[in-house]
Design a protein around this ligand. Sequence first.
Ligand SMILES: [Mg+2]
Length: 376
Amino acid sequence: MGRMTPTIDEIRIYKVPLPAKTLYNMSSSAVVTPESTIVELIDSDGIIAYGEVCMATPQAQDATNESIRSALSLLAPSVIGANPMNLDSIITTMNSVLKGENEAKAAIDIACWDLIGKRLGKSVAELLGGNMTNEVITYHVVGITSPESAAAEAGRLQSDGISRLQLKAGGRPIEEDIASIKAVTEVIKIGSTLDVDTNRGWTESEAIRVSVACSDINFGLEQPCATKEELSRIKPRILHPLIIDESATDITTISKMVFSEIADGFGMKISRVGGLTPMKVIRDFCLETRTPMSSDDAWGGDIIGAAGVALGSTMPNHLNRGAWLAHPYHQVHYDPINGPRIENGVIRLPKGGPGLGLVIEKGTFGDPEQIYENNN
Ligand SMILES: [Mg+2]
């Protein structure tokens, strides 16, 4: 390793289609062929590190895959020449160049964590405070379908060792959602848990009606309505724990929701908040206030998957809502050996080396879309 202060000398941006194996239905959209954006950082000692973000559907987030690459065309040149070990300074630089655009910033942030880990010979989990487990619990989604198929899928998943189920709902008459919740409840085994996630799909009155109609059933109600205001109005009128996902955008919003007793837990997405650095702050706050949270992203391959699992491994099980992976839906994997995979309801931390623990062969992503170099 060089004695000189290391610098980020080259950034390559790749566009990687992730064709889905099976259909994945949410309240407002279906996921067909998401496209991942990969950020490859190369430092002055030739160490290569990776970040990734992937927007599954244009309806789910503010950013699109196109807006992410456009934001990266400003962000990437701004951090060329920076010392990758000074991540806080890199984040300050990115925030001064471009307001918002958390998703694009997340890709660079994740790549920096991978690079710092590789330079120090430590895993990202160690850098985040140290892993409490090598096996992170996962949850699995039952998409929007008939009550009969939802129940059959929930049964099959539990036979595969998945104990945390998330049933998608919304975008259809609530009677059908209620029928699906009841059908799935029939097959929920002791030790399994259920969340009902509408991805902002219900009105306030629909959310209240579903909660009242299912008052005798245990489940978490995840992001039943679109806005923070709607969620705070329904909170005193629903009978189920309220889990906030899409509206949990930053630590200020999250802390207000905990202190005003609106949130009983969070579904946290790395790209929405801007990377592992802000996720670490949110994790610390959630652990301090004993609020369960998940740690993953809405879609993406082995890199973003490994980032979510790394953070998830640093939380105790009872406050960890789990890490979700898109890999069961994918036909494409970047690291077939070490890439994070679901086995018996858990995901083992990747062990391919320091950083995110992945070994990515040269050429895996084809030709870069954009290259930024240090010309000094
Ligand atoms: Mg959700």
